[in-house]
Write a protein that binds this ligand. Sequence first.
Ligand code: FAD
Ligand code: DLZ
Ligand code: SF4
Length: 524
Amino acid sequence: MRRPAGRCAWSPDGLRASEAGLKNQLVLILGDQLTPAISSLRGLDPARTRVLMVEVAAEASYVAHHRKKLAFVFSAMRHFAAELRTDGWDVEYVRLDDTGNSGSLASEIERFRRRHGKLPLRVTEAGEYRVAEILRSVADVTIVPDDRFFISSAEFAEWAEGRSQLRMEHFYRMIRRRTGILMDGDKPLGGKWNFDSDNRNAATRDLMMTQPLQFTPDRVTREVLAMVTENFPDNFGNLEPFWFAVARRDAGAAFEDFVSTRLSRFGDYQDAMLVGEKYLYHAAIAQYLNAGLLDARHLCWVVDSAYRAGKVPINAAEGFIRQILGWREYVRGIYWWRMPGYADENALGASRPLPALYWTGDTDMACLASCVAQTREEAYAHHIQRLMVTGNFALLVGVAPAEVHRWYLAVYADAYEWVELPNTIGMSQFADGGLLASKPYAASGAYINRMSDYCHGCRYDVKSRTGTNACPFNFLYWDFIARHATMLRANPRMRMAADSWMRFSDAERKNVRASARNFLQALR
Ligand code: FAD
Ligand code: DLZ
Ligand code: SF4
Protein backbone atom coordinates (compact mmCIF):
# COMPACT_ATOMS: atom_id res chain seq x y z
CA MET A 1 0.00 0.00 0.00
CA ARG A 2 1.55 3.31 -1.05
CA ARG A 3 0.86 6.52 0.79
CA PRO A 4 0.40 9.84 -1.03
CA ALA A 5 3.62 11.89 -0.76
CA GLY A 6 3.63 15.04 1.36
CA ARG A 7 0.34 14.24 3.04
CA CYS A 8 1.56 15.56 6.39
CA ALA A 9 4.53 17.38 7.82
CA TRP A 10 7.63 15.76 9.35
CA SER A 11 8.05 16.33 13.06
CA PRO A 12 11.60 17.10 14.32
CA ASP A 13 12.27 13.54 15.43
CA GLY A 14 11.39 12.16 12.03
CA LEU A 15 7.84 11.07 12.84
CA ARG A 16 4.99 12.23 10.70
CA ALA A 17 2.95 14.28 13.14
CA SER A 18 -0.37 12.61 12.37
CA GLU A 19 1.05 9.08 12.41
CA ALA A 20 3.00 9.69 15.61
CA GLY A 21 -0.27 10.39 17.37
CA LEU A 22 -2.09 7.38 16.00
CA LYS A 23 0.40 4.57 15.55
CA ASN A 24 2.87 3.51 18.16
CA GLN A 25 3.92 0.06 16.96
CA LEU A 26 5.36 -1.48 13.82
CA VAL A 27 4.92 -5.24 13.28
CA LEU A 28 6.91 -7.08 10.63
CA ILE A 29 5.30 -10.26 9.32
CA LEU A 30 7.60 -12.66 7.48
CA GLY A 31 6.67 -14.82 4.52
CA ASP A 32 6.19 -17.92 6.68
CA GLN A 33 4.17 -16.22 9.44
CA LEU A 34 0.91 -15.97 7.55
CA THR A 35 -1.65 -16.38 10.32
CA PRO A 36 -3.71 -13.79 12.19
CA ALA A 37 -2.89 -15.77 15.34
CA ILE A 38 0.83 -14.98 14.96
CA SER A 39 2.31 -13.95 18.31
CA SER A 40 3.62 -10.59 17.03
CA LEU A 41 0.06 -9.28 16.53
CA ARG A 42 -1.38 -10.66 19.73
CA GLY A 43 -2.74 -8.08 22.14
CA LEU A 44 -2.11 -5.15 19.80
CA ASP A 45 -4.67 -2.55 18.82
CA PRO A 46 -5.10 -2.40 15.02
CA ALA A 47 -5.79 1.33 15.32
CA ARG A 48 -2.32 1.94 16.78
CA THR A 49 -0.32 -0.58 14.77
CA ARG A 50 1.30 -0.54 11.33
CA VAL A 51 1.92 -3.95 9.83
CA LEU A 52 4.78 -4.31 7.34
CA MET A 53 5.16 -7.15 4.85
CA VAL A 54 7.92 -7.09 2.26
CA GLU A 55 8.80 -9.14 -0.79
CA VAL A 56 12.55 -8.78 -1.04
CA ALA A 57 15.22 -9.92 -3.47
CA ALA A 58 17.47 -11.19 -0.67
CA GLU A 59 14.86 -13.72 0.53
CA ALA A 60 13.94 -14.64 -3.02
CA SER A 61 17.55 -15.45 -3.90
CA TYR A 62 19.49 -16.78 -0.88
CA VAL A 63 19.03 -20.05 -2.74
CA ALA A 64 17.69 -20.32 -6.29
CA HIS A 65 14.16 -21.30 -5.24
CA HIS A 66 11.90 -23.37 -7.49
CA ARG A 67 9.65 -20.98 -9.40
CA LYS A 68 6.49 -22.56 -7.99
CA LYS A 69 7.80 -22.00 -4.48
CA LEU A 70 8.42 -18.32 -5.21
CA ALA A 71 4.94 -17.91 -6.67
CA PHE A 72 3.39 -19.72 -3.70
CA VAL A 73 5.20 -17.60 -1.09
CA PHE A 74 4.47 -14.26 -2.79
CA SER A 75 0.86 -15.03 -3.59
CA ALA A 76 0.20 -16.39 -0.09
CA MET A 77 1.81 -13.23 1.37
CA ARG A 78 -0.42 -11.01 -0.77
CA HIS A 79 -3.53 -12.94 0.16
CA PHE A 80 -2.61 -12.74 3.81
CA ALA A 81 -2.11 -8.97 3.59
CA ALA A 82 -5.64 -8.74 2.18
CA GLU A 83 -6.96 -10.95 4.99
CA LEU A 84 -5.34 -8.69 7.61
CA ARG A 85 -6.79 -5.56 6.00
CA THR A 86 -10.25 -7.13 6.07
CA ASP A 87 -9.68 -7.73 9.77
CA GLY A 88 -8.97 -4.01 10.24
CA TRP A 89 -5.15 -3.96 10.27
CA ASP A 90 -3.25 -1.17 8.53
CA VAL A 91 -0.85 -3.07 6.27
CA GLU A 92 2.04 -1.59 4.30
CA TYR A 93 2.85 -4.18 1.62
CA VAL A 94 5.98 -3.82 -0.50
CA ARG A 95 6.02 -5.84 -3.71
CA LEU A 96 9.20 -7.22 -5.19
CA ASP A 97 8.95 -4.95 -8.23
CA ASP A 98 7.83 -1.78 -6.40
CA THR A 99 9.99 1.25 -7.20
CA GLY A 100 12.33 1.93 -4.31
CA ASN A 101 12.24 -1.64 -2.91
CA SER A 102 15.69 -1.81 -1.33
CA GLY A 103 15.94 -5.60 -1.51
CA SER A 104 16.44 -6.91 2.01
CA LEU A 105 14.46 -7.28 5.22
CA ALA A 106 16.73 -4.99 7.25
CA SER A 107 16.92 -2.25 4.61
CA GLU A 108 13.14 -2.35 4.11
CA ILE A 109 12.55 -1.86 7.85
CA GLU A 110 14.98 1.04 7.70
CA ARG A 111 13.24 2.49 4.63
CA PHE A 112 9.83 2.16 6.31
CA ARG A 113 11.13 4.07 9.32
CA ARG A 114 12.56 6.80 7.11
CA ARG A 115 9.20 7.22 5.43
CA HIS A 116 6.82 6.78 8.34
CA GLY A 117 8.74 7.44 11.51
CA LYS A 118 10.82 5.43 13.91
CA LEU A 119 8.18 3.18 15.38
CA PRO A 120 9.43 0.38 17.64
CA LEU A 121 9.43 -2.94 15.83
CA ARG A 122 7.82 -6.16 17.04
CA VAL A 123 8.31 -9.41 15.20
CA THR A 124 7.75 -13.10 15.87
CA GLU A 125 11.08 -14.93 15.98
CA ALA A 126 12.24 -16.07 12.55
CA GLY A 127 12.15 -19.72 11.57
CA GLU A 128 15.66 -19.64 10.16
CA TYR A 129 18.91 -18.85 11.92
CA ARG A 130 20.04 -16.60 9.06
CA VAL A 131 16.90 -14.44 9.31
CA ALA A 132 16.97 -14.47 13.11
CA GLU A 133 20.47 -12.93 12.97
CA ILE A 134 19.22 -10.21 10.62
CA LEU A 135 16.33 -9.37 12.95
CA ARG A 136 18.55 -9.29 16.03
CA SER A 137 20.64 -6.59 14.36
CA VAL A 138 17.69 -4.23 13.83
CA ALA A 139 17.44 -1.24 16.20
CA ASP A 140 14.58 -1.01 18.71
CA VAL A 141 13.18 -4.47 18.07
CA THR A 142 11.21 -6.80 20.32
CA ILE A 143 11.34 -10.44 19.22
CA VAL A 144 8.50 -12.58 20.55
CA PRO A 145 8.47 -16.40 20.63
CA ASP A 146 6.79 -18.32 17.83
CA ASP A 147 4.21 -20.40 19.68
CA ARG A 148 2.84 -22.23 16.64
CA PHE A 149 4.87 -25.27 17.73
CA PHE A 150 4.10 -27.80 20.45
CA ILE A 151 7.44 -27.26 22.14
CA SER A 152 9.74 -24.25 22.35
CA SER A 153 13.42 -24.38 21.39
CA ALA A 154 14.39 -23.85 25.04
CA GLU A 155 12.21 -26.77 26.19
CA PHE A 156 13.71 -28.98 23.51
CA ALA A 157 17.24 -28.06 24.57
CA GLU A 158 16.32 -28.89 28.18
CA TRP A 159 14.95 -32.29 27.08
CA ALA A 160 17.99 -33.01 24.91
CA GLU A 161 20.81 -31.82 27.18
CA GLY A 162 22.57 -34.56 29.01
CA ARG A 163 21.01 -37.43 27.03
CA SER A 164 23.64 -39.76 25.69
CA GLN A 165 21.43 -40.49 22.69
CA LEU A 166 18.52 -38.57 21.20
CA ARG A 167 15.74 -40.64 19.73
CA MET A 168 12.66 -39.25 18.04
CA GLU A 169 10.52 -42.00 19.56
CA HIS A 170 11.28 -40.86 23.13
CA PHE A 171 10.60 -37.26 22.23
CA TYR A 172 7.37 -38.19 20.48
CA ARG A 173 6.01 -40.10 23.47
CA MET A 174 6.80 -37.17 25.72
CA ILE A 175 4.79 -34.80 23.48
CA ARG A 176 1.91 -37.30 23.18
CA ARG A 177 1.72 -37.48 26.98
CA ARG A 178 1.97 -33.72 27.31
CA THR A 179 -0.77 -32.94 24.77
CA GLY A 180 -3.11 -35.91 25.26
CA ILE A 181 -3.23 -36.40 21.49
CA LEU A 182 -4.11 -40.05 20.69
CA MET A 183 -3.98 -40.79 24.41
CA ASP A 184 -6.36 -42.50 26.78
CA GLY A 185 -5.15 -41.18 30.10
CA ASP A 186 -1.49 -42.16 30.18
CA LYS A 187 -1.93 -45.00 27.65
CA PRO A 188 -1.53 -44.63 23.88
CA LEU A 189 -4.77 -45.17 21.94
CA GLY A 190 -4.73 -48.42 19.98
CA GLY A 191 -2.47 -50.03 22.58
CA LYS A 192 0.84 -49.08 20.93
CA TRP A 193 2.80 -45.84 20.58
CA ASN A 194 3.95 -46.46 17.04
CA PHE A 195 2.40 -48.32 14.12
CA ASP A 196 5.33 -47.77 11.75
CA SER A 197 5.70 -51.48 11.05
CA ASP A 198 2.13 -51.46 9.61
CA ASN A 199 3.05 -48.62 7.26
CA ARG A 200 5.29 -50.35 4.76
CA ASN A 201 2.98 -51.76 2.09
CA ALA A 202 3.97 -51.36 -1.52
CA ALA A 203 1.20 -49.67 -3.53
CA THR A 204 -0.30 -51.28 -6.62
CA ARG A 205 -1.79 -49.67 -9.71
CA ASP A 206 -5.30 -50.98 -9.09
CA LEU A 207 -5.67 -48.86 -5.94
CA MET A 208 -7.97 -45.87 -6.25
CA MET A 209 -5.93 -42.75 -5.63
CA THR A 210 -7.28 -39.22 -5.49
CA GLN A 211 -5.22 -36.11 -6.22
CA PRO A 212 -4.77 -33.29 -3.72
CA LEU A 213 -7.36 -30.55 -4.09
CA GLN A 214 -6.28 -28.10 -6.79
CA PHE A 215 -7.16 -24.41 -7.12
CA THR A 216 -7.46 -22.12 -10.13
CA PRO A 217 -5.20 -19.06 -9.86
CA ASP A 218 -7.13 -15.86 -9.09
CA ARG A 219 -6.14 -12.37 -10.28
CA VAL A 220 -3.58 -11.90 -7.49
CA THR A 221 -1.90 -15.21 -8.26
CA ARG A 222 -1.90 -14.50 -11.98
CA GLU A 223 -0.07 -11.20 -11.31
CA VAL A 224 2.47 -13.06 -9.19
CA LEU A 225 2.94 -15.71 -11.88
CA ALA A 226 3.69 -12.97 -14.41
CA MET A 227 6.14 -11.35 -12.01
CA VAL A 228 7.96 -14.63 -11.33
CA THR A 229 8.11 -15.37 -15.06
CA GLU A 230 9.70 -12.00 -15.66
CA ASN A 231 12.08 -11.87 -12.71
CA PHE A 232 13.20 -15.49 -12.35
CA PRO A 233 13.51 -16.79 -15.92
CA ASP A 234 16.44 -19.09 -15.13
CA ASN A 235 15.28 -20.63 -11.87
CA PHE A 236 14.61 -24.36 -11.71
CA GLY A 237 11.07 -25.64 -12.00
CA ASN A 238 7.87 -25.41 -13.98
CA LEU A 239 5.75 -22.48 -12.92
CA GLU A 240 2.55 -23.75 -14.46
CA PRO A 241 0.16 -25.37 -14.05
CA PHE A 242 0.01 -23.63 -10.67
CA TRP A 243 -2.69 -25.09 -8.45
CA PHE A 244 -1.57 -24.56 -4.83
CA ALA A 245 -3.92 -23.00 -2.34
CA VAL A 246 -2.66 -19.52 -1.46
CA ALA A 247 -5.37 -18.44 0.98
CA ARG A 248 -6.14 -19.87 4.41
CA ARG A 249 -9.62 -21.08 3.56
CA ASP A 250 -8.40 -23.03 0.53
CA ALA A 251 -5.49 -24.57 2.45
CA GLY A 252 -8.04 -25.67 5.08
CA ALA A 253 -10.20 -27.21 2.35
CA ALA A 254 -7.17 -29.07 0.97
CA PHE A 255 -6.50 -30.55 4.40
CA GLU A 256 -10.15 -31.53 4.95
CA ASP A 257 -10.16 -33.18 1.55
CA PHE A 258 -7.08 -35.18 2.55
CA VAL A 259 -8.76 -36.31 5.78
CA SER A 260 -11.90 -37.46 4.01
CA THR A 261 -10.35 -39.03 0.90
CA ARG A 262 -6.75 -40.17 1.60
CA LEU A 263 -5.94 -40.26 5.30
CA SER A 264 -7.44 -43.71 5.90
CA ARG A 265 -4.79 -45.24 3.61
CA PHE A 266 -1.97 -42.84 4.52
CA GLY A 267 -0.51 -45.32 6.98
CA ASP A 268 -0.59 -48.38 4.76
CA TYR A 269 1.15 -46.75 1.80
CA GLN A 270 3.31 -44.11 3.46
CA ASP A 271 6.54 -45.59 2.10
CA ALA A 272 5.27 -46.61 -1.35
CA MET A 273 6.29 -45.10 -4.70
CA LEU A 274 4.62 -45.52 -8.09
CA VAL A 275 5.66 -44.05 -11.43
CA GLY A 276 3.40 -41.10 -12.27
CA GLU A 277 1.55 -41.22 -8.92
CA LYS A 278 3.06 -38.16 -7.33
CA TYR A 279 1.02 -37.99 -4.16
CA LEU A 280 -0.40 -41.47 -3.46
CA TYR A 281 -2.03 -41.05 -0.03
CA HIS A 282 0.19 -38.21 1.19
CA ALA A 283 -1.35 -34.97 2.41
CA ALA A 284 0.65 -32.51 0.26
CA ILE A 285 0.12 -29.84 2.90
CA ALA A 286 3.63 -29.10 4.22
CA GLN A 287 3.91 -25.91 2.16
CA TYR A 288 0.68 -24.61 3.73
CA LEU A 289 1.62 -25.65 7.24
CA ASN A 290 5.13 -24.20 7.10
CA ALA A 291 3.90 -20.87 5.68
CA GLY A 292 1.30 -20.48 8.44
CA LEU A 293 -1.83 -21.18 6.40
CA LEU A 294 -2.52 -24.30 8.49
CA ASP A 295 -2.07 -24.83 12.20
CA ALA A 296 -0.26 -27.94 13.48
CA ARG A 297 -2.39 -28.27 16.64
CA HIS A 298 -5.59 -28.07 14.63
CA LEU A 299 -4.38 -30.75 12.18
CA CYS A 300 -3.44 -33.15 14.95
CA TRP A 301 -6.72 -32.72 16.84
CA VAL A 302 -8.78 -33.15 13.66
CA VAL A 303 -6.98 -36.44 12.97
CA ASP A 304 -7.28 -37.52 16.61
CA SER A 305 -11.05 -36.90 16.38
CA ALA A 306 -11.32 -38.75 13.07
CA TYR A 307 -9.79 -41.81 14.74
CA ARG A 308 -11.97 -41.55 17.85
CA ALA A 309 -15.04 -41.25 15.61
CA GLY A 310 -14.05 -44.48 13.84
CA LYS A 311 -13.47 -42.76 10.50
CA VAL A 312 -9.82 -43.76 10.05
CA PRO A 313 -7.73 -46.67 11.34
CA ILE A 314 -5.14 -46.22 14.05
CA ASN A 315 -2.12 -46.84 11.79
CA ALA A 316 -3.28 -43.93 9.60
CA ALA A 317 -4.04 -41.53 12.45
CA GLU A 318 -0.91 -42.40 14.43
CA GLY A 319 1.27 -42.41 11.29
CA PHE A 320 0.12 -38.93 10.31
CA ILE A 321 0.27 -37.47 13.81
CA ARG A 322 3.77 -38.91 14.32
CA GLN A 323 5.01 -36.89 11.34
CA ILE A 324 3.72 -33.61 12.73
CA LEU A 325 3.82 -34.03 16.49
CA GLY A 326 6.97 -36.15 16.30
CA TRP A 327 9.26 -35.55 13.35
CA ARG A 328 8.37 -31.96 12.57
CA GLU A 329 8.84 -30.82 16.17
CA TYR A 330 11.91 -33.00 16.67
CA VAL A 331 13.77 -31.64 13.64
CA ARG A 332 12.94 -28.06 14.63
CA GLY A 333 14.27 -28.72 18.13
CA ILE A 334 17.51 -30.14 16.75
CA TYR A 335 17.88 -27.25 14.33
CA TRP A 336 17.77 -24.57 17.02
CA TRP A 337 19.75 -26.63 19.49
CA ARG A 338 22.62 -27.24 17.07
CA MET A 339 22.74 -24.11 14.89
CA PRO A 340 24.81 -22.44 13.57
CA GLY A 341 27.37 -25.29 13.44
CA TYR A 342 24.84 -27.87 12.27
CA ALA A 343 24.86 -26.54 8.70
CA ASP A 344 28.58 -27.38 8.39
CA GLU A 345 28.45 -30.95 9.73
CA ASN A 346 30.08 -33.55 7.50
CA ALA A 347 30.75 -36.64 9.60
CA LEU A 348 31.38 -38.87 6.58
CA GLY A 349 33.77 -36.39 4.93
CA ALA A 350 31.72 -36.34 1.72
CA SER A 351 33.06 -33.90 -0.86
CA ARG A 352 31.69 -34.69 -4.32
CA PRO A 353 29.86 -31.83 -6.10
CA LEU A 354 26.12 -32.28 -6.62
CA PRO A 355 25.71 -34.15 -9.94
CA ALA A 356 24.05 -32.13 -12.70
CA LEU A 357 21.29 -34.75 -12.96
CA TYR A 358 19.70 -33.23 -9.83
CA TRP A 359 18.79 -30.24 -12.01
CA THR A 360 18.39 -31.87 -15.41
CA GLY A 361 16.92 -35.26 -14.50
CA ASP A 362 19.14 -36.57 -17.28
CA THR A 363 19.97 -40.12 -16.18
CA ASP A 364 19.07 -43.67 -17.18
CA MET A 365 18.24 -44.48 -13.57
CA ALA A 366 14.45 -44.53 -13.81
CA CYS A 367 13.83 -43.89 -10.12
CA LEU A 368 16.07 -40.81 -9.99
CA ALA A 369 14.85 -39.47 -13.33
CA SER A 370 11.25 -39.81 -12.14
CA CYS A 371 11.80 -38.10 -8.78
CA VAL A 372 13.72 -35.20 -10.33
CA ALA A 373 11.11 -34.76 -13.10
CA GLN A 374 8.33 -34.73 -10.52
CA THR A 375 10.26 -32.24 -8.40
CA ARG A 376 10.68 -29.98 -11.42
CA GLU A 377 6.98 -30.20 -12.26
CA GLU A 378 5.46 -29.89 -8.80
CA ALA A 379 8.06 -28.57 -6.33
CA TYR A 380 6.99 -31.71 -4.45
CA ALA A 381 8.25 -35.21 -3.76
CA HIS A 382 7.03 -37.27 -0.85
CA HIS A 383 9.22 -38.30 2.02
CA ILE A 384 10.41 -41.66 0.72
CA GLN A 385 11.25 -40.20 -2.68
CA ARG A 386 13.36 -37.54 -0.91
CA LEU A 387 14.94 -39.92 1.57
CA MET A 388 15.38 -43.19 -0.30
CA VAL A 389 15.89 -42.03 -3.90
CA THR A 390 17.48 -38.57 -4.23
CA GLY A 391 18.86 -38.53 -0.68
CA ASN A 392 20.07 -42.13 -0.74
CA PHE A 393 21.87 -41.57 -4.06
CA ALA A 394 23.67 -38.45 -2.76
CA LEU A 395 24.66 -40.34 0.39
CA LEU A 396 26.00 -43.35 -1.51
CA VAL A 397 28.03 -41.34 -4.01
CA GLY A 398 29.33 -39.01 -1.28
CA VAL A 399 28.02 -35.58 -2.29
CA ALA A 400 29.11 -32.75 0.03
CA PRO A 401 26.20 -32.36 2.51
CA ALA A 402 26.16 -28.58 2.11
CA GLU A 403 25.45 -29.00 -1.61
CA VAL A 404 22.70 -31.53 -0.96
CA HIS A 405 21.20 -29.15 1.59
CA ARG A 406 21.12 -26.23 -0.83
CA TRP A 407 19.35 -28.38 -3.42
CA TYR A 408 16.60 -29.51 -1.05
CA LEU A 409 16.18 -25.97 0.28
CA ALA A 410 15.73 -24.66 -3.26
CA VAL A 411 13.51 -27.19 -4.96
CA TYR A 412 10.58 -27.94 -2.62
CA ALA A 413 7.66 -25.60 -1.99
CA ASP A 414 7.70 -26.57 1.70
CA ALA A 415 11.43 -25.95 2.21
CA TYR A 416 12.55 -23.69 5.04
CA GLU A 417 15.90 -24.25 6.59
CA TRP A 418 14.65 -25.14 10.10
CA VAL A 419 12.88 -28.23 8.74
CA GLU A 420 14.92 -29.00 5.63
CA LEU A 421 18.40 -28.86 7.15
CA PRO A 422 17.99 -31.53 9.87
CA ASN A 423 16.14 -33.76 7.42
CA THR A 424 19.02 -33.43 4.96
CA ILE A 425 22.09 -33.17 7.17
CA GLY A 426 20.85 -35.51 9.89
CA MET A 427 18.31 -37.94 8.50
CA SER A 428 19.31 -38.23 4.87
CA GLN A 429 23.09 -37.67 4.76
CA PHE A 430 24.07 -38.88 8.26
CA ALA A 431 26.37 -35.86 8.27
CA ASP A 432 25.79 -35.28 11.99
CA GLY A 433 27.24 -38.70 12.75
CA GLY A 434 24.01 -40.11 14.16
CA LEU A 435 22.66 -37.30 16.35
CA LEU A 436 19.26 -37.30 14.64
CA ALA A 437 19.01 -40.75 13.08
CA SER A 438 20.18 -44.02 14.57
CA LYS A 439 21.67 -45.26 11.28
CA PRO A 440 22.40 -44.00 7.77
CA TYR A 441 19.42 -44.33 5.40
CA ALA A 442 21.57 -46.17 2.85
CA ALA A 443 19.86 -48.78 0.69
CA SER A 444 20.50 -50.84 -2.39
CA GLY A 445 18.16 -51.20 -5.38
CA ALA A 446 16.31 -54.01 -3.59
CA TYR A 447 14.62 -51.49 -1.27
CA ILE A 448 13.52 -49.26 -4.16
CA ASN A 449 12.30 -52.30 -6.07
CA ARG A 450 10.30 -53.51 -3.08
CA MET A 451 8.61 -50.17 -2.46
CA SER A 452 8.04 -48.98 -6.04
CA ASP A 453 7.50 -49.94 -9.67
CA TYR A 454 10.38 -47.77 -10.93
CA CYS A 455 12.61 -50.73 -11.76
CA HIS A 456 10.15 -52.20 -14.32
CA GLY A 457 10.94 -49.44 -16.79
CA CYS A 458 14.62 -49.04 -16.00
CA ARG A 459 17.48 -49.91 -18.29
CA TYR A 460 19.45 -51.24 -15.29
CA ASP A 461 18.97 -54.65 -13.74
CA VAL A 462 17.98 -54.33 -10.12
CA LYS A 463 19.03 -57.93 -9.43
CA SER A 464 22.64 -57.44 -10.61
CA ARG A 465 25.35 -56.19 -8.32
CA THR A 466 28.22 -55.48 -10.66
CA GLY A 467 28.88 -54.65 -14.29
CA THR A 468 27.57 -52.01 -16.67
CA ASN A 469 23.96 -53.24 -16.54
CA ALA A 470 23.80 -53.59 -12.77
CA CYS A 471 21.57 -51.21 -10.84
CA PRO A 472 23.93 -48.45 -9.66
CA PHE A 473 22.26 -48.42 -6.24
CA ASN A 474 23.61 -51.95 -5.72
CA PHE A 475 27.33 -51.43 -6.24
CA LEU A 476 27.16 -47.90 -4.81
CA TYR A 477 25.56 -49.30 -1.66
CA TRP A 478 28.34 -51.86 -1.14
CA ASP A 479 30.98 -49.30 -2.06
CA PHE A 480 29.51 -47.03 0.63
CA ILE A 481 29.59 -49.88 3.15
CA ALA A 482 33.21 -50.60 2.19
CA ARG A 483 34.28 -46.94 2.48
CA HIS A 484 32.75 -46.60 5.94
CA ALA A 485 33.10 -50.17 7.22
CA THR A 486 34.91 -49.27 10.44
CA MET A 487 32.37 -46.67 11.50
CA LEU A 488 29.44 -48.87 10.46
CA ARG A 489 30.69 -51.90 12.39
CA ALA A 490 30.39 -49.79 15.55
CA ASN A 491 26.68 -49.18 14.83
CA PRO A 492 24.50 -52.10 15.97
CA ARG A 493 21.96 -51.37 13.21
CA MET A 494 24.63 -51.47 10.47
CA ARG A 495 26.99 -54.14 11.78
CA MET A 496 25.30 -56.91 9.80
CA ALA A 497 25.80 -55.06 6.51
CA ALA A 498 29.44 -54.32 7.31
CA ASP A 499 30.01 -57.98 8.25
CA SER A 500 28.32 -59.16 5.04
CA TRP A 501 30.74 -57.04 3.04
CA MET A 502 33.64 -58.76 4.77
CA ARG A 503 32.20 -62.12 3.70
CA PHE A 504 32.22 -61.20 -0.02
CA SER A 505 34.96 -62.96 -1.97
CA ASP A 506 38.00 -60.88 -2.90
CA ALA A 507 36.98 -61.02 -6.54
CA GLU A 508 33.44 -59.79 -5.77
CA ARG A 509 34.76 -56.98 -3.60
CA LYS A 510 37.06 -55.89 -6.44
CA ASN A 511 34.19 -56.02 -8.95
CA VAL A 512 31.92 -53.95 -6.75
CA ARG A 513 34.55 -51.30 -6.19
CA ALA A 514 35.50 -51.20 -9.87
CA SER A 515 31.83 -50.83 -10.91
CA ALA A 516 31.43 -47.98 -8.43
CA ARG A 517 34.66 -46.31 -9.56
CA ASN A 518 33.66 -46.45 -13.23
CA PHE A 519 30.19 -45.14 -12.49
CA LEU A 520 31.52 -42.27 -10.37
CA GLN A 521 34.05 -41.32 -13.02
CA ALA A 522 31.29 -41.13 -15.63
CA LEU A 523 29.13 -39.13 -13.22
CA ARG A 524 31.85 -36.52 -12.93
P1 FAD B 1 2.94 -36.23 4.43
O1 FAD B 1 3.74 -37.43 4.12
O2 FAD B 1 1.52 -36.25 4.09
O3 FAD B 1 3.13 -35.95 6.00
C1 FAD B 1 2.26 -35.05 6.69
C2 FAD B 1 3.03 -33.90 7.29
O4 FAD B 1 3.96 -34.36 8.26
C3 FAD B 1 3.87 -33.11 6.30
O5 FAD B 1 3.08 -32.16 5.62
C4 FAD B 1 4.91 -32.46 7.20
O6 FAD B 1 4.44 -31.27 7.76
C5 FAD B 1 5.09 -33.48 8.30
N1 FAD B 1 6.29 -34.27 8.09
C6 FAD B 1 6.38 -35.50 7.54
N2 FAD B 1 7.65 -35.95 7.59
C7 FAD B 1 8.38 -34.97 8.16
C8 FAD B 1 9.76 -34.82 8.48
N3 FAD B 1 10.65 -35.79 8.25
N4 FAD B 1 10.16 -33.66 9.02
C9 FAD B 1 9.28 -32.68 9.28
N5 FAD B 1 7.97 -32.76 9.01
C10 FAD B 1 7.53 -33.90 8.47
N6 FAD B 1 9.59 -31.29 5.09
C11 FAD B 1 9.29 -29.99 5.06
O7 FAD B 1 8.22 -29.59 5.52
N7 FAD B 1 10.15 -29.08 4.53
C12 FAD B 1 11.34 -29.45 4.01
O8 FAD B 1 12.10 -28.60 3.55
C13 FAD B 1 11.68 -30.83 4.02
N8 FAD B 1 12.87 -31.25 3.51
C14 FAD B 1 13.17 -32.59 3.53
C15 FAD B 1 14.41 -33.00 3.03
C16 FAD B 1 14.75 -34.33 3.05
C17 FAD B 1 16.09 -34.77 2.55
C18 FAD B 1 13.85 -35.27 3.59
C19 FAD B 1 14.22 -36.71 3.63
C20 FAD B 1 12.63 -34.88 4.08
C21 FAD B 1 12.27 -33.53 4.08
N9 FAD B 1 11.04 -33.09 4.59
C22 FAD B 1 10.75 -31.74 4.58
C23 FAD B 1 10.11 -34.01 5.25
C24 FAD B 1 9.02 -34.61 4.34
O9 FAD B 1 9.61 -35.19 3.22
C25 FAD B 1 7.98 -33.58 3.92
O10 FAD B 1 7.46 -32.93 5.06
C26 FAD B 1 6.80 -34.21 3.21
O11 FAD B 1 7.27 -34.93 2.09
C27 FAD B 1 5.81 -33.17 2.77
O12 FAD B 1 4.80 -33.75 1.99
P2 FAD B 1 3.34 -34.05 2.56
O13 FAD B 1 2.74 -32.78 3.07
O14 FAD B 1 2.61 -34.80 1.52
O15 FAD B 1 3.68 -34.97 3.81
C1 DLZ C 1 11.05 -18.06 1.32
C2 DLZ C 1 10.76 -16.59 1.27
C3 DLZ C 1 10.77 -15.92 0.06
C4 DLZ C 1 11.03 -16.59 -1.22
N1 DLZ C 1 10.54 -14.60 0.00
C5 DLZ C 1 10.26 -13.92 1.13
C6 DLZ C 1 10.03 -12.52 1.10
O1 DLZ C 1 10.13 -11.88 0.09
N2 DLZ C 1 9.73 -11.91 2.26
C7 DLZ C 1 9.66 -12.57 3.43
O2 DLZ C 1 9.33 -11.97 4.46
N3 DLZ C 1 9.92 -13.88 3.49
C8 DLZ C 1 10.21 -14.58 2.38
N4 DLZ C 1 10.48 -15.91 2.43
C9 DLZ C 1 10.59 -16.57 3.75
C10 DLZ C 1 11.94 -16.21 4.40
O3 DLZ C 1 12.98 -16.34 3.44
C11 DLZ C 1 12.36 -17.10 5.54
O4 DLZ C 1 12.53 -18.41 5.04
C12 DLZ C 1 11.41 -17.22 6.65
O5 DLZ C 1 10.95 -15.97 7.06
C13 DLZ C 1 12.00 -18.00 7.85
O6 DLZ C 1 12.88 -17.26 8.58
FE1 SF4 D 1 16.49 -47.26 -9.67
FE2 SF4 D 1 18.09 -49.39 -9.84
FE3 SF4 D 1 15.48 -49.73 -10.00
FE4 SF4 D 1 16.79 -48.54 -11.99
S1 SF4 D 1 17.02 -50.64 -11.31
S2 SF4 D 1 14.87 -47.86 -11.07
S3 SF4 D 1 18.38 -47.43 -10.87
S4 SF4 D 1 16.62 -48.96 -8.23
